[in-house]
Each structure stands twice: as structure tokens, then as C-alpha cells.
Design a protein around this ligand. Structure first.
Ligand code: LIP
Length: 264
């Protein structure tokens, strides 16, 4: 019987090493950056250094297994693939906002079976192995018990392209009167972990990379969340990521659709 838990240990150990590196780079040098899809879509030297470290360590500990990373690319193949976001929440990192992560997941035939989301700024580590629960620093995680949409806290995000951001803003404006409040924290992996911990009751965003949701989506699901990954919920949009506490998942899904979320 396949046991994914040793893969969590590897993701955690390497994620911690990469976390130390990006913290040191943040503390000792001006954060240099380039841009990618738009002027606001940045990549720092630390993103690149972190991914290089993760790739090197995976080649040592898991020789021959493919890696898909945000900065150097790759592809998901049959069998095991490591999926890496070297710094998730790069804009937060650039501004010195301590809400970013190193996210490492192991996927089997494209489905996450193990994941670790490391918070370099605090040392906290979120983990999950498929079928074995989700944890924050070893303590079990459970989603919130909320059942009232109007009292729920909804996390969300924006794309980098301005024309899509306006449509997304219209959706969030429509949702603002249907939930308790909204939060835009800037790191998808940690937004998904926040749902797992009951710090958010739901989270939704379009346009994430596999590396953004690969570990956090598993952690949220293993903590009891209803999780819809890109391609699984056409009503929310082909590139939508959705996670919600089960008590409000259906109502939140419906409110998002009514607010135009599926058409942004
Ligand atoms: C970020 C996500 C965030 C999203 C940003 C960006 P990155 O990932 O974590 O949720 O809103 O646009 O995609 O680029 O920092 O790895």
C-alpha cells in the first residue's frame, strides 16, 4: 500500500532549507526583481535561488523524479511529479510583508498526495498527506463549522492583467454584501491553508498556477474543505480555484456564480 507520508517529510525538509535561504536573501540584500506577464508580475533573485535549491535537493533525495516549478517550468507526467512554488506571495516578499511561503507538493498522475507549505518568516509549516489529515506544526487542522454565508469570511485574489482585475473587482464588490467580510492576503497557498485552519471560511481565485494550489489545496481538502481545483467547476470558470468549509460550500459556490465570478 502506497504511503505518501515520507514524501511530506522530504517536502518539509527541503522547504525549510529554501525558507532559510529566502529569509537570508531578504535580510541581507536589496531585493532585485524582473517582471514576467505584466509590470506587476515580479520574480526576484530569491525566487530563482529558492527553486534552484529545491531542484538540487530533490535531485539528491529523489533522483530522476521530474519537477514542475514556477520559474524553471517542467510538466506533470504520469507517476510522481514534484510541484514547486519557490516563493508564493512574491509581491508580499518584495514589500517585506511576512505572508509568503515555499510550497512543495508531490503529485501522482497529476493529483496531490503530499504537500508542505513553509512560512519562512515565522517558521510555521503546514502539511498534509492524502488520507492522513492536515497539520500545522504537527497539530491537526479542521475547517470552520460555519453554516451561515452572511457570517462567513471570504479570501480572494486578483490576476495580474488589468482588464481581468476590473471584472474580478466587480465580482468582489457584489460579494461584499453577501458575506461577513473579504480578505486579500496575496499568497494562494497560505489562503488555502487558512481555510484548512478555519481562519478563512472560503477562498476563491482565478488564474493560479499548479504550483500555487498543489500543496495548499491538499491541505485544505485533508482538513475537511470542499475543494474545486482548476478545470473541475466550469460554473466558477475553467481556471478557478475554490475551497470552502462544508457548511457554506454550496451557498458560497452559488453566490459566486450569481456575482459573475464564473465570467471574469
Ligand atoms: C501569487 C498567488 C496569489 C495571486 C497572485 C500570485 P506568486 O503567486 O499566491 O494568490 O493572487 O497573483 O499569483 O506569483 O507570488 O507565486
Amino acid at each position: 500500500m502506497f504511503d505518501p507520508r515520507p514524501l511530506v517529510d522530504i517536502a518539509t525538509a527541503i522547504g525549510r532549507e529554501a525558507g532559510v535561504l529566502v529569509q537570508r536573501m531578504r535580510a541581507t540584500a536589496v531585493v532585485s526583481f524582473d517582471t514576467k506577464s505584466t509590470a506587476t508580475d515580479v520574480v526576484t533573485a530569491a525566487d530563482r535561488a529558492s527553486e534552484q535549491l529545491v531542484r538540487t535537493r530533490l535531485s539528491e533525495l529523489r533522483p530522476g523524479e521530474p519537477v514542475l516549478g514556477e520559474e524553471e517550468g517542467g510538466e506533470v507526467v504520469e507517476g510522481l511529479t514534484w510541484v514547486v512554488d519557490p516563493i508564493d506571495g512574491t509581491v508580499n516578499y518584495l514589500y517585506g510583508i511576512p505572508w509568503y511561503s515555499v510550497s512543495i507538493a508531490a503529485q501522482l498522475d497529476g493529483e496531490s498526495v503530499a504537500g508542505a507549505v513553509v512560512e519562512p518568516a515565522t517558521g510555521r509549516v503546514w502539511t498534509a498527506a492524502r488520507g492522513h489529515g492536515a497539520f500545522l506544526d504537527g497539530s491537526p487542522l479542521h475547517v470552520s463549522a460555519t453554516t451561515d454565508l452572511s457570517l462567513s469570511l471570504l479570501g480572494y485574489g486578483f490576476a495580474y492583467r488589468a482588464e481581468r482585475r476590473q471584472r474580478q473587482a466587480d465580482t468582489w464588490a457584489a460579494m461584499a454584501t453577501r458575506v461577513r467580510d473579504l480578505r486579500r492576503a496575496g499568497a494562494a497557498s497560505l489562503d488555502l491553508c487558512s481555510v484548512a485552519a478555519g481562519r478563512l471560511d472560503a477562498y476563491a481565485e482565478h488564474g493560479l498556477g499548479r504550483w500555487d494550489w498543489a500543496a495548499g489545496g491538499l491541505i485544505a481538502a485533508e482538513a475537511g474543505a470542499v475543494v474545486r481545483l482548476p478545470g473541475s467547476s466550469p460554473e466558477l470558470g475553467e481556471d478557478a480555484t475554490f475551497a470552502a468549509a462544508p457548511g457554506i460550500a454550496e451557498a458560497m459556490h452559488g453566490a459566486l456564480v450569481e456575482s459573475g465570478f464564473g465570467k471574469v
